[in-house]
Design a protein. Sequence first.
Length: 148
Amino acid sequence: MTNGHIVKTPDAAEQVEAAYSKTAVDHMRNPRNVGLISNADGQASITGPCGDTMEIWLRVNDGIIERALFWTDGCGPSIAAGSMVTELARGKKVGEAFRITQQDVLEALGELPEESVHCALLAANTMKEAVKDYLAFRNEPWKRAYRK
Ligand code: FES
């Protein structure tokens, strides 16, 4: 309290809303495409330098990504980035999904604060690896049973 007025300090939710775009906040709070696909056609798990892990599973039909699901143990921005990268990949050809960049994810989210831009890189890289995994096993899916 100062000069008889109550000074309200922003709570955590207000701080998040001030730092992130509406779209990013929405994807943090209501992430799309959370979950896993058993016997996925493509799958990847990456742990970034920050120590957070993201995992992505793909269901591919005729070269088109029908479903893309993700999971992460990371921060709010990583949840938003996983949600957005799976949204961007859905319905795309595998080659298009492979070319989704960190910048694409950032632009779709309405940018992230500097300290969180690497979360979008983790999401884009995990998507690339999941597509590579799909391509590696596309012609010989039985080999999945033997992969380490
Ligand atoms: Fe590690 Fe966001 S801080 S992914």
